[in-house]
Structure formats: C-alpha cells, structure tokens
Design a protein around this ligand. Structure first.
Ligand code: PEP
Length: 251
C-alpha cells in the first residue's frame, strides 16, 4: 500500500433532526479537537441538513457529504437534488448506489454510473457502493456481482478512476449486526483491487471502504486488512463516542 490516508465516513441514513445533529456534530468536533484524527473523516447527511452541517463543520477536520444525487443535470425531476445544488453547500462526497437505493428505489448499475458521472463533473467525490445479497453469497455469486457493479463505474467519461471511492458493503451485513469477518471482507477487497489494477495504474491510490455493521469493537481488525482503506459506518455513526472510537482505530 502506498501512503494513503484512510477514510471513515458516517452514513446517517434518514435519521436526525436539527437538535440531534447539532449535538452529534458538536461532540464529534470536540472529540477530534482533543485527538486529531490520523484518517479523513466525513458524515453523509440527509439533504435538508446540508446547510446546518456545513456551518457546524466549517474549520474542523470533518468533511461532509450527501447520500444520493440526481443523474440529471437540472429540470423537471420533482424531488431530485442535483450535483450542482450539492456543490453549492460545499459537499465533498456523495454516496452513490447504496444498497438501500438499489433495493428500494430500483437503482441500476447504469443509474449508479450516471450519478457518479454527475458528481465528478461537479467536483464531488462519489463513494460508489457495491455488495452482494445473502442469496447471492450463498449461490457463490459474490465476486461476479461486485465485479459487475464496479465495472459500471470504471470507465467514466473524462475522469480517472482514482477520483472515486469504492465501498464494499455486503447487503447481509448492513444494519444487521452481522459483520463480515476481516478475512471475508479482505477477500472481496482484493478482488476489487485486482479489477481496478487491471484498469488503471492508479489502483493503489483508490480508497476501498468496508461497510456493514462496523462498530467500535470490530473496526480495528477490519481496518488492519491490507486492502481495507476505511469504513462506511451506518448505525455506529449516530453515536459520537462510537464513531470517534472507529476513527481512532483508523491509522
Ligand atoms: C451503511 O448504511 O452504509 C451501513 C454500513 O450501515 P450499518 O453500519 O448500520 O450496517
């Protein structure tokens, strides 16, 4: 591995509110002011709270992002939020293709690629999520599924693959308390790294995050795997103490 900072990104999902967000962000700020993180830190917040998050993270070690972006540039797409709108709020990252978007909103690999492309065009780093369901794992399809999902974003027009972040999130591990073992995660990360290496000389610079029930107790072991460059953290990112412990484990 080349010298590359790990990234710990929290995914708040559809949780929070003005008061709770302020308490959480203030606690994170205080924690990180006391012990400067060795890794990059970000939170992906619901769109209505981007302005609040921008204000409360200004001048801190906390970057922030959104959880989705429209694949369209502008126009008659009621309810959608464009990459340009995200950029207006100083967004650094956007989750793309989270399994909950794929599952509940029918997002296809083509949609995911179009969204990643829009993000990049706006100067926002897409965190592209891939991962197999339990049925796919049990059918021995894990490699094929994640390779197909990653292939969709490997050749985006005019952009180098090193501009994206990839998150491997086995669907069966998300929000279930059932974490992939470090060996299971590393095995898939190695496959993804190999696929990236076949496409780009920059593969080593691309951050591959693990996500799925990462918590304060299991983070250090997962993050010590050679091809795990950070974490995408759902539930545990809503508790400042837990999220800070995960950040402290990323070095
Ligand atoms: C996620 O939503 O990306 C996630 C990994 O959730 P959790 O940590 O709660 O499993």
């Amino acid at each position: 591995n080349t010298m590359k900072k790990k990234l710990i990104a929290g995914n708040w999902k559809m949780n929070g509110g003005l008061a709770a967000n302020e308490a959480l962000l203030r606690a994170l700020r205080e924690g990180l002011a006391q012990q400067a993180p060795a890794c990059d830190v970000a939170v992906a917040v619901p769109a209505p709270y981007l302005a609040q998050t921008q204000a409360l993270t200004a001048g801190t070690a906390i970057d922030f992002g959104a959880q989705d972006v429209s694949q369209h540039e502008a126009g008659a797409y009621t309810g959608e939020v464009s990459a340009g709108m995200l950029r207006d709020f100083g967004v650094r990252y956007v989750l793309v293709g989270h399994s909950e978007r794929r599952q509940y909103h029918g997002e296809t690999d083509a949609d995911v690629a179009a969204k990643a492309q829009r993000a990049l065009a706006a100067g926002i780093t897409p965190i592209v999520c891939v991962g197999e369901t339990l049925a796919q794992r049990e059918a021995g399809e894990t490699e094929a599924v994640v390779k197909r999902q990653l292939a969709a974003v490997i050749h985006l027009n005019g952009h180098c693959i090193s501009e994206i972040v990839v998150a491997y999130e086995p669907v069966w591990a998300i929000g279930t308390g059932r974490t992939a073992t470090p060996e299971q995660a590393q095995q898939v990360h190695a496959v993804l790294r190999g696929q990236l290496a076949a496409a780009s000389t920059q593969a080593d610079r691309i951050r591959l995050l693990y996500g799925g029930s990462m918590n304060a107790a299991n983070a250090a072991q997962l993050l010590s795997q050679p091809d795990i460059d950070g974490g995408l953290v759902g539930g545990a990112s809503l508790k400042a103490a837990d999220f800070l412990q995960i950040i402290a484990a990323a070095r």
